[in-house]
Write a protein that binds this ligand. Sequence first.
Ligand code: UD1
Length: 423
Amino acid sequence: MHIVGARPNFMKIAPLVKAIKEHNQTGIFPHLDQIIVHTGQHYDEKMSELFFDHLGLPKPDINLEVGSASHAVQTAEIMIRFERVLLQYQPDAIIVVGDVNSTIACTLVASKIQYPASNLRLATCNSKRRRPLIVHVEAGLRSFDRTMPEEINRILTDQLSDLLFTTEEDANENLKREGISSEKIFFVGNVMIDTLFQHLEKAKKSDILNRLGLINQRLRTSDQGLSTRDYALSTPYAVLTLHRPSNVDHKETFLNILEALKEISKKIPIIFPAHPRTQNRIKQFHLDQYFKRFSTSNLQLATCNSGIYCIEPLGYLDFLWLMANAKLVLTDSGGIQEETTVLGVSCVTIRENTERPITVKMGTNIVAGTKKENIINTALSQLNKLNQRKWTCNLSTCQLATAFWDGQAAKRIVDILVEKLST
Ligand code: UD1
């Protein structure tokens, strides 16, 4: 049983669903039935449904439809509704990913559930356990900042999980330091990067650059007299994502970041697909004057060279292609730090810390903090380095691939899962 709830979860389960399907096609025992449970933490079409379409994910079998609420209410509602589902379906394993409220809520329920003794099967039957195996994918990441709700979710989920799959070596060390037995920890690589590799070709067909007016088209005539269209990026641009509560929920902090972005946007236009949380805060704090608002169909960036262009959240393929062609990415997201590393795009993280230190070691990511001057200086120095072609990686791409960011992480996970479920 796969658990998804919020936007970053969809990219993480997609390759797992695919790898399990491929396992089943081999006919190797055991055949694994899959059920997808969507908690409904994210519910807007642009935050959820679109991702199922773009990632080729089957529609969720069950939707708990919890929606937005305070952390306590949202977590509790997921727990209440998920307990019923767990008792009805009695899966042998639940797979939770990442660090969102849905991850910890379902883990907590699964860790205490008792299946009725009369109806035990497979793995649950073979052990004394009368509950599903709890499988945490993307375990062990730590920002060491317990003011982040995600950090609490990570620590607690890891403590309760039976199998912990990690994306980088620092994560293994973090888990061991917290007393988790190394027998439970498996360094397998990054499923989100599996998704990136699986969808990059499709993303290249996205018309997002066209829709944003970022492309110049020229007609060319070949030696054979055939006309072809030539596409070239007309304007270098930066991409921004910003939604961490610590950055956008307090007016003063948010203003300070916006002042920094305003300065940066004088040098390079910033395209900002805004998360609903951030859109709400912009309205609530009356900060509209910082943004030029556009829909993706009427933005003609080719003629603009400054400003912050606020657009609706994008689907996976559009966002991937926009990010891949950006000169610079400014973000407070975790996953985007990893995706820019693989794409070789310069990233400035607007946070005081990162739980993904490999992205900094690789040289693509710089953690700028949240002070105005630091954000400006870091972003402008990144842009300068890019202009002078001075940008260098501290590690090689080859080292990243040997860290299992090679598109095969889901297969490794499924191989281990199959072994555990058949013993
Ligand atoms: C959640 C995750 C965060 C992840 C982010 C990705 C937790 C604690 N946080 O944060 O780690 O990076 O998702 O997007 O789980 N809203 C909508 N429509 C939606 C979803 C949200 O309008 O489809 C608005 C609501 O006003 C809601 C707010 O966004 O109150 C926050 O949503 P919530 O799911 O609580 O947390 P995120 O900030 O999205």
